[in-house]
Design a protein around this ligand. Structure first.
Ligand SMILES: C[S@@+](CC[C@H](N)C(=O)[O-])C[C@H]1O[C@@H](n2cnc3c(N)ncnc32)[C@H](O)[C@@H]1O
Length: 247
């Protein structure tokens, strides 16, 4: 029987992981696009389709990084009146601010230092919260989900985009081969930080996905929870709503 060394399956420490993003910020966008073979663009656009249709939305994007998700959302239906992004990595935020300024979106988008487990966003104010490839990095997922519920308006929507593993046995095997052996090397070469891309594969392999993650959302009192796997299940969009009658 094949055994996996403990260090390959143990969940990695997420404490102060934002420091790692500070180090790779300058190469983050290019790595993201190339290591996902450009698929992240389609995944981000899919999230856009689930935005509420009401006018004048306040969008909050947690673990916003270089603000890619906000920019893709603003490229869609024009019902976002204001977008606020929060992250702990100042380097990622500063690249995000440059991108926003270049697109002339400074009037409606602002980026701030903020922890996804205790965001500075006041209670019951957001129409929609997004978090793309970020929830996997927080230290305590139930705490983060509870905080998202706190800051959403009743009836507000939570859209979580995250890496996941294909359910199909053969796809999973092929994907893990790429993920364990090729991606960390490519990511390490381009970013100059091999630790960062070893971290990536370990967090994805140990993070709950599909129904297990939906259950975490239900446990945090989100309603109408569903998961939409994309690209053979290598990424999943999770959707939930804060109940209208929530306190
Ligand atoms: C993989 S990047 C995703 C960035 C962006 N959302 C995107 O879609 O490209 C993960 C981000 O999570 C941030 N992060 C990690 N832990 C965090 C926390 N507790 N609160 C806020 N941001 C956090 C990191 O600094 C990093 O920018």
């Amino acid at each position: 029987m094949n055994t996996t060394p403990a260090e390959e399956t143990d969940p990695p420490s997420r404490k102060e992981v934002w420091k790692m993003f500070d180090r790779i910020a300058h190469r983050y966008d290019v790595l993201n696009r190339s290591l996902s073979f450009g698929r992240d663009v389609a995944w981000r656009k899919r999230l856009r389709k689930h935005l509420p249709t009401d006018r004048d939305l306040l969008l909050v994007d947690l673990a916003t990084g270089t603000a890619d998700q906000i920019l893709f959302l603003l490229d869609g239906p024009a019902n976002i009146a204001e977008a606020k992004g929060y992250d702990l990595s100042e380097e990622m935020l500063s690249i995000g601010r440059e991108k926003i300024a270049k697109k002339g979106l400074g009037e409606i988008v602002s980026l701030h230092t903020g922890d996804a487990m205790k965001s500075p966003q006041p209670d019951g104010t957001a129409d929609v919260i997004t978090i793309s490839f970020g929830i996997r990095n927080v230290e305590d997922v139930p705490t983060a989900l509870a905080d998202m519920r706190r800051t959403l308006k009743p009836g507000g929507k939570l859209l979580i985009l995250e890496c996941s593993l294909p359910e199909n046995r053969f796809m999973r095997k092929a994907y893990l081969l790429y993920f364990r052996h090729i991606l960390p090397k490519l990511g390490g070469m381009v970013s100059g930080d091999s630790h960062a891309y070893n971290y990536l594969n370990k967090t994805v392999e140990t993070f709950p996905c599909g129904e297990a993650f939906c259950q975490l959302m239900r446990d945090a009192d989100f309603a109408e929870v569903k998961a939409e796997p994309m690209t053979f299940g290598v990424a999943t969009l999770y959707i939930g709503t804060k109940p209208e009658d929530a306190a």
